[in-house]
Design a protein around this ligand. Structure first.
Ligand code: 13P
Ligand code: SF4
Length: 312
């Protein structure tokens, strides 16, 4: 490893100590960031870790809505995000003012609004409860039976939850630009070369792809699925960062990600905006800092706490 990279890692660890910081990283971050983090996980695990954090600073290596969630559930901490532009296409697909107008227009429906955590604080504040891919089935099962559900913003995750629970929901038509790029044909082509392989896919994939999968689950659940799978070959249908952790934690498995080592798909350009250099700089300068108006934070905290309680 070049000395410069080693120096940078040492400098980050030194700053982490000086700032009394904790580094949280999502499973889609680059391997070098994951290896430096105190905790690596999915959106649900990260929300719990952020809530429990007793460090002064949370350096959140993920995308903006995840860092914002950390600030909402642990408001006295300084939350920094290496790149302030690390957004999410799902968040973009459901602007708060649009949802607000929709709910006003359909006020007679008295919707129970379930928001996938991949959304802004404004959307969370308009919701009754939040869910992640790891607990969506459970959260929908606990929804009041006498109210119609509006599920925002991911139509694919929503459709998968409907299939799992049998509960009808109205779906906001948002999507993850990474996961909708996977096609049946590309996965079938990989399967041709690996006929015994099992397929694990994220629920943000389209139904056509999910139907090919042996398991559909959150990024965290993919770890146990791969570790316990009775076969060696597993086709992993999600963002490429997942492979780093899977290869570390399921080393005896052949994790197949397509011919380009990118799951036959592109990286999430938002997740990949964070780098070791930017992590170093945000710990040094304590910016970009994630902040939000207190009134909005409190309104967004309620449905998040409901989710955390319902998932324990
Ligand atoms: P997980 O919560 O399953 O890690 O998913 C987060 C995400 O952004 C998937 O694209
Ligand atoms: Fe958002 Fe998709 Fe990137 Fe996840 S992979 S952060 S859902 S754009």
């Amino acid at each position: 490893m070049p000395t410069a990279a080693l120096d940078l890692k040492d400098a980050i660890l030194q700053l982490k100590k000086e700032r009394n910081a904790v580094i949280l990283a999502h499973n889609y971050q680059t391997g070098d960031i994951q290896d430096l983090a105190d905790y690596v996980g999915d959106s649900l695990g990260l929300a719990y870790r952020a809530q429990e954090a007793d460090a002064d600073v949370i350096a959140f290596c993920g995308v903006h809505f995840m860092a914002e969630t950390a600030k909402i559930v642990n408001p006295t901490k300084t939350v920094v995000l290496p790149d302030k532009d690390a957004g999410c296409s799902l968040e973009e697909s459901c602007p708060g003012p649009e949802l607000e107008a929709f709910l006003k227009e359909h006020a007679e429906k008295n919707y129970y609004v379930i928001a996938y955590i991949n959304c802004s604080a404004h959307v969370k504040a308009l919701s009754d409860v939040i869910c992640t891919s790891g607990n969506a089935v459970r959260i929908v099962e606990k929804a009041p039976a006498d109210r119609p559900i509006l599920f925002v913003p991911d139509a694919n995750l929503g459709a998968w939850v409907m299939e799992q629970t049998g509960r009808k929901m109205d779906l906001w038509q948002g999507s993850c630009y990474v996961h909708v790029e996977f096609t049946r044909d590309s996965i079938n082509a990989i399967k041709k070369d690996h006929p015994d392989a099992l397929v694990v896919a994220h629920p943000e994939c389209t139904q056509a792809v999910r139907l090919l999968a042996d398991e559909v689950c959150s990024t965290e659940k993919m770890i146990a699925f791969c570790q316990n799978a009775p076969v060696k070959d597993i086709i992993v249908v999600t963002e490429s960062g997942m492979l780093h952790r899977l290869r570390k934690e399921a080393p005896d498995k052949n994790l197949i990600a397509g011919p380009t080592d990118r799951c036959a798909c592109a990286d999430c350009r938002f997740m990949k905006m964070n780098t070791l250099e930017k992590l170093h700089d945000c710990l040094e300068k304590l910016e970009p800092e994630v902040t939000l108006p207190e009134e909005m934070r409190q309104a967004a905290e309620k449905p998040l706490l409901r989710m955390l309680e319902q998932s324990r």
